[in-house]
Design a protein around this ligand. Structure first.
Ligand code: 5GP
Length: 120
């Protein structure tokens, strides 16, 4: 079913350029684009181009350590590119209770406003 965690997602269509996205960074392994429903002045999603079983963080295995590190490192590179020197927030939503809606792992980079903690 299309709701299965291992089915293709909307992000495959973005990777394959079947639907447009506002891409801010791209290399061999990683793609980053602006969230369609931004929760902050800067809201960017950073994803692996190949999902390789990483529908969600809970599925991570040791072989994923390199790509997981690369997603976080890319977030830092983009934060600099976006002028977020006063700080930013990184979020990974995992699973139903984590409010994950797209089952292709992604790092949210949020910035450009004061964040609250623990919520908002
Ligand atoms: P999640 O809730 O899974 O952590 O985050 C999924 C994110 O993907 C949401 O913030 C949502 O706004 C974003 N999103 C969903 N569909 C699209 C799309 O077609 N294009 C873009 N740019 N973002 C999308």
């Amino acid at each position: 079913a299309s709701t299965s965690p291992d089915s293709p997602t909307i992000f495959d269509k973005i990777i394959n350029k079947e639907i447009p996205a506002n891409v801010v960074y791209e290399d061999e392994k990683v793609l980053a684009f602006r969230d369609i429903n931004p929760q902050a002045p800067v809201h960017i999603l950073i994803i692996p181009k190949i999902r390789d079983g990483l529908s969600r963080l809970a599925k991570a295995e040791e072989r994923h350590c390199e790509i997981l590190g690369l997603l976080l490192y890319t977030a830092k590179v983009i934060a600099k590119q976006e002028g977020l020197e006063d700080g930013f927030r990184i979020v990974i939503n995992d699973g139903p209770k984590g409010c994950q809606s797209v089952y292709h792992i992604h790092v949210h980079l949020l910035g450009g406003r004061q964040m609250e903690w623990p919520a908002g």
